[in-house]
Design a binder for this molecule. Structure first.
Ligand SMILES: Nc1ncnc2c1ncn2[C@@H]1O[C@H](COP(=O)(O)OP(=O)(O)OP(=O)(O)O)[C@@H](O)[C@H]1O
Ligand SMILES: [Mg+2]
Length: 290
């Protein structure tokens, strides 16, 4: 059986482009023929499903049957007995297909309480491995090529579960002083997870996004990121593009725009190139920073 590759978009900061990157890298992988599952652990607002215009429909589904299993149920200790009762197909029941050929497992209002619930589990490795166990046992058999997990912009029990499961981080970073500082904090976090929990989590791709191609300052920060992260920086930076915002508001990615602007075309090229590189890096975990 082939291995499913996994990565999570994460930075301990809101609004840096995590969801946009997960969605666009996901669609870029699908365009190269990969079967892709995107998972939203980023919060009850359902941004990932919104990016694909499927959130409202899912909300209705939840309202019609609020007992039905969902992304939060899979963290519960009762989960195996739920599957036993409802059958193995239950996982596929909360995976939603999209028009952009990626499947998504959407967020759920229950994510709000999940962080605190996980906090009640005393043993740290038990607390942080619930999601990994779920993926291993119930999602890997579905044989996706790539799973991308969108995480909240905070370090909490949910993001730790996502990091533990993915073992690979794609960190979107805006080329500015704070962006570079946040990358340093991320590295510290990952190191701490390694020493305290023995979890090897790799910073697999530093992805500069929302880069203003017209300014020298932006260029300079980009150069600094490349110097500091020569082995992990993505091959192409994603430009700032109003089209990306418009596409999100219309419930699709920039790949669906019929008349993309120049910046949107550049962004698409960057996501395609970066997704090829990501797949390569995920397939060769031993490639390592010398
Ligand atoms: N390259 C880009 N050009 C222009 N706008 C962008 C770009 N990337 C992301 N955005 C916009 O920036 C905003 C924040 O992006 P996004 O929602 O992906 O960030 P996030 O890190 O997931 O945020 P949160 O922490 O709230 O989950 C969104 O409105 C998105 O459309
Ligand atoms: Mg988000």
């Amino acid at each position: 059986m082939k291995d499913t590759l996994r990565a999570a978009t994460f930075l301990n900061k809101g609004g840096v482009g995590k969801t946009t990157v997960a969605a666009h890298i996901g669609v870029a992988c699908a365009r190269q023929g990969h079967e892709v599952l995107l998972i939203d652990l980023a919060g009850k607002q359902g941004d990932l499903a919104k990016q694909f215009g499927t959130w409202e429909r899912y909300q209705q589904q939840i309202e019609n049957d609020d007992d039905w299993p969902n992304i939060t149920t899979v963290f519960q200790p009762e989960w195996p007995s739920i599957v036993e009762k409802l059958g193995d197909d239950v996982v596929e029941e909360f995976i939603i297909p999209t028009e952009e050929h990626v499947d998504i497992m959407p967020a759920h209002p229950g994510l709000d309480a999940l962080d605190a619930e996980l906090g009640n589990i005393d043993d740290a490795s038990e607390r942080y491995s619930r999601f990994n166990n779920f993926l291993d046992e119930y999602v890997d058999p579905l044989r996706y090529d790539v799973i991308l997990i969108d995480l909240p912009g905070v370090t909490n029990n949910i993001s730790y579960n996502g990091l533990w499961a993915a073992q690979n981080v794609i960190a979107p970073v805006q080329p500015a002083t704070f962006g570079i500082q946040q990358l340093g904090e991320l590295e510290e976090d990952l190191k701490r997870m390694q020493t305290q929990l023995d979890a090897e989590i790799e910073l697999t791709m530093v992805l500069p996004t929302e880069v203003d191609l017209r300014t020298k300052l932006s260029d300079r920060y980009l150069e600094t990121i490349k110097e500091e992260y020569p082995n992990t920086v993505a091959p192409l930076a994603v430009p700032e593009s109003q089209d990306i915002r418009n596409a999100a508001a219309d419930g699709h990615t920039a790949f669906r725009l019929e008349t993309p602007s120049e910046t949107a075309k550049k962004a698409r090229r960057a996501f395609i190139r970066n997704s090829e590189e990501l797949i390569q890096r995920l397939q060769e975990p031993e490639r390592q920073v010398i």
